[in-house]
Design a protein around this ligand. Structure first.
Ligand code: ZN
Length: 418
């Protein structure tokens, strides 16, 4: 997928009213499923998942606040952010004073609609701009939310690219936000593009598209006996704003995925932060019972931009260029993971004579001959079974690909063993 195609996917998904359950998530997964063959799972309401229970399914058709003249002052049809997610149905007439406790605004950003949810406490409410609220008279108003909370299921999608190894790389992103582009339609678009780009990999790649928190908890509960296959993982979120990339380390902080992303981000503006038990679904994958090697890649992180969780996080806030850049960082990480191995030098007493094995000759005329030669010397010297190719790349300051190419040549010449 090109950047423009990722952006088009964001624009297409944007109007859907997603939540942690319901038809908006199903439709989202259907659309993603046009690009990759998603397996969609439905987990019934009431199912116990770790310490949680799958809630009732929420769906909404319409909602409004109408003034005495019949005009919709607040209209769900204009923006699905107008209704507090998981609002119970209501149909009543009330004055502004009676209504006020159910209205949410952002006084410091008076032109924007906030994003609010109430998944686990039964209530209802509307979100609107502070400007709209300030223009409302005392009422009365007709208040209507045509929603249902009923037994149903939680929906998540999974896509697997089988590898030569059963060891897995997990890529996870959340699917529960309604009309918000960076958080997290951009993450969904980048994950989809990454999934499409993998061909005959070494690792098995598992993509999980699930609602935040309850979705990853559900996935973990249903895969408890096989999560130890996950050797590396990344949570993708906020993948499309114009800020620099941010990588948040796994709970262990020194896993291979942490080192891979540190290497990928070297030499470009970026931030690396330590794990904290907040943010996105890395909280679940890195809960102490699982403690998976899963980091989180964003551009500007969680709550770090003024448009966060507001109507300003729209498709114009994310760019094709930024999503392409995020995708490229992921692809570089994949390229390193795929080739990062530990080798043993089979001729460790003195430097082996490279010339008689044709390893100098093969370099002749290459513009990167000097680098390739240095890469061979580094790989030979540090391949004592303790250093991975990534270790050697970091220590030598040479590109990882040069190390991997050198190791391939040396292995072919019988000088290295994996
Ligand atoms: Zn969010």
């Amino acid at each position: 997928m090109t950047g423009a195609e990722m952006h088009a996917l964001v624009e297409r998904l944007y109007p859907l009213c997603r939540s942690i359950t319901g038809d908006g998530v199903r439709r989202t997964l259907e659309i993603v499923g046009e690009s990759i063959a998603l397996e969609v799972h439905e987990v019934p309401t009431g199912t116990e998942v770790l310490d949680w229970t799958i809630p009732r399914e929420w769906n909404i058709r319409d909602a409004y606040v109408k003034d005495a003249s019949g005009r919709r002052v607040v209209d769900f049809a204009e923006s699905n952010l107008h209704v507090v997610g998981y609002s119970v149905p209501v149909h009543a007439t009330m004055t502004l004073d009676e209504l006020r406790g159910h209205l949410h605004t952002l006084p410091d950003q008076p032109g924007l609609i906030p994003y609010r949810t109430s998944y686990y406490a039964e209530t209802w409410g509307f979100c609107l701009s502070d400007d709209t609220l300030n223009g409302m008279d005392d009422g009365p108003y007709e208040v209507m939310i045509d929603s249902t909370l009923a037994d149903g299921s939680l929906t998540y999608g999974e896509y697997v690219v089988p590898g030569r190894s059963t060891d897995e790389v997990l890529v996870s992103c959340h699917t529960c936000h309604p009309s918000l582009a960076n958080d997290n339609l951009a993450g969904i678009a980048v994950a989809t593009a990454l999934a499409q780009s993998l061909r005959d990999p070494f690792y098995t790649y598992r993509f999980v598209f699930a609602p935040g928190t309850i979705g990853s908890i559900t996935w973990l509960a249903r895969n408890r006996d096989r999560v130890d296959r996950v050797k590396h993982g990344i949570v993708l979120a906020c993948a499309g704003d114009r800020g620099a990339l941010t990588y948040k380390r796994s709970r262990r902080g020194d896993t291979e995925i942490d080192r891979v992303f540190a290497h990928v981000l070297t030499g470009r503006p970026h931030t690396i932060v330590d794990f904290s038990p907040y943010g996105y679904d890395e909280r679940q994958y890195c809960s102490p019972g699982f403690d998976l090697a899963v980091g989180c890649l964003t551009r500007t992180p969680y709550a770090g931009y003024p448009e966060y969780h507001t109507s300003a996080d729209d498709p114009g806030f994310v760019s094709a260029e930024a999503m392409t850049d995020t995708l490229e960082a992921c692809l570089r990480a994949v390229q390193i993971l795929e080739r990062n191995r530990r080798y043993t030098n089979l001729s460790p007493y003195g430097e082996p004579q490279l010339g008689k094995r044709g390893l100098y000759g093969s370099l002749g005329g290459r513009s990167d001959a000097k680098q390739a030669q240095m890469a061979m010397l580094w790989v030979l010297n540090l391949s004592d079974g303790n250093h991975s190719l990534l270790d050697i790349a970091d220590r030598s300051g040479l590109p990882f690909a040069a190390m991997a190419d050198a190791a391939e040549d040396l292995q072919s010449a019988g000088l290295l063993k994996e």
